[in-house]
Write a protein of this length. Structure first.
Length: 385
């Protein structure tokens, strides 16, 4: 694996009340709704050699009958075959996400011992089904972005859970490569807390994710719960148009927070934004922040003798356009950022997969025709098919 693309997850998927309907199950995983064979061939022609295929485990766990689980696994295998048919390797990514509106999300899985036990069972069942695929072209990532162990003063919770997860997945598929990560949102900081000797397995690729600098990559994102919903128009690099222009744009964001944010949260959101913006006032500061997780992952690999090809940047990206908002990030800004990220990865020999094909962070021109943005592909060192 060298150059990868994350496929879509949960952009237009219906609520749980429809999860047993035939039209819903027939288009699982969700990216299949607006994709055809030609679209998949374009991924390979662009220069991607693998995809990371996210699957939300909530639909396997929330009030799920055995019939539904069996059907979901069958559709997953069908999807893997479709991707293999166009020459793409596949990471099947059991992609839990935090959610306050569903019964099953990342926080619930990690906090509830019984639910985590059920999660291990379902992950093992999916792994067993995947064990019939070619180990040379299929890998399994049994958990996405554990949202624990971000507080350095607390004893880490994730390493012990990771051992259980590895044992369940490895028992189900003894020959396939597993993709594992550390805690704190699969960050390099979380990876540094993992002793790979605890799983004693050479057929593992260790993943980390980074979206630094966050204040630039998540502009306009409504779902973050912080000031990012009110941020837009900050260029990449931030001093692209000069220090005066950047100051003007920062002032506009501050004014937006002061006038449009809920009154009881304005001071908190403004303080948070100022702290983030203070770290990205010039290109040098941005590059230092961008490279920090790569330095940490590289140092971890050297400490434990993990070859660079077995350390993988599983997610990175810059928002294209938040849903229902007018501001669209210029492709040239996004391409410049993506180029800096892959330069950092490839300098260290790390394979990578960009987030994502479609959705708010999509690298296509739109989610209907699925045509790649040629400016973005150039930034990634690839070319339009």
């Amino acid at each position: 694996m060298q150059h990868g693309l994350n496929l879509d997850i949960w952009t237009t998927w219906p609520g749980p009340e429809r999860w047993d309907e035939e039209p819903v199950l027939a288009n699982f995983p969700e990216w299949r709704q607006n994709a055809n064979a030609s679209n998949l061939q374009d991924i390979r022609k662009a220069g991607f050699d693998f995809v990371r295929m996210p699957i939300d485990p909530a639909i396997f766990l929330e009030d799920a009958s055995d019939r539904r689980i069996t059907r979901l696994i069958a559709e997953t295998l069908k999807s893997v075959d479709m991707l293999h048919a166009v020459g793409l390797k596949v990471i099947v990514d059991f992609h839990s996400i935090p959610s306050d509106v569903r019964k099953v999300g990342t926080n619930q899985i990690l906090a509830d011992k019984d639910l985590f036990g059920r999660y291990l069972e379902v992950a093992g069942r999916l792994g067993k089904a995947l064990s019939g695929t070619d180990p040379a072209t299929t890998a399994f990532e049994p958990f996405n972005e554990p949202v624990v162990d971000c507080d350095p003063t607390l004893f880490p919770k994730w390493p012990a859970m990771l051992e259980q997860l590895h044992a369940a997945a490895r028992k189900a598929m003894p020959k396939h490569t597993l993709i594992l990560s550390g805690g704190c949102w699969s960050s390099a900081f979380g990876l540094a807390k993992i002793d790979p000797g605890s799983v004693a397995d050479d057929n593992i690729i260790w993943a980390f994710h980074t979206y630094e600098p966050y204040v630039l990559t998540h502009q306009g994102a409504d779902w973050t719960g912080d000031s990012m919903s009110y941020v837009e128009g900050l260029p990449y690099p931030p001093d692209l148009m000069g220090a005066k222009a950047l100051d003007e744009r920062l002032s506009i964001v501050r004014n937006t927070i002061e006038t449009k944010a809920p009154e009881e949260r304005r001071d908190e959101l403004l303080t948070g934004f100022n702290e983030m913006a203070g770290g990205v006032t010039n290109y040098g500061m941005v590059l230092a922040m961008l490279n920090e997780p790569f330095d940490k992952a590289e140092a971890w690999g050297k400490e434990y003798g993990i070859p660079s090809k077995r350390i993988y940047l599983g997610e990175f990206g810059m928002i294209r356009q938040e849903y229902r908002k007018e501001f669209r990030m210029p492709s040239s800004w996004r391409a410049a950022y993506l180029k800096d990220v892959i330069t950092a990865a490839e300098k260290r020999g790390f394979p990578w997969s960009v987030w994502s094909w479609g959705g708010a962070f999509g690298i296509t021109l739109d989610d209907e025709k699925r045509a790649f943005d040629p400016v973005i592909l150039k930034g990634l060192g690839l070319k339009a098919p």
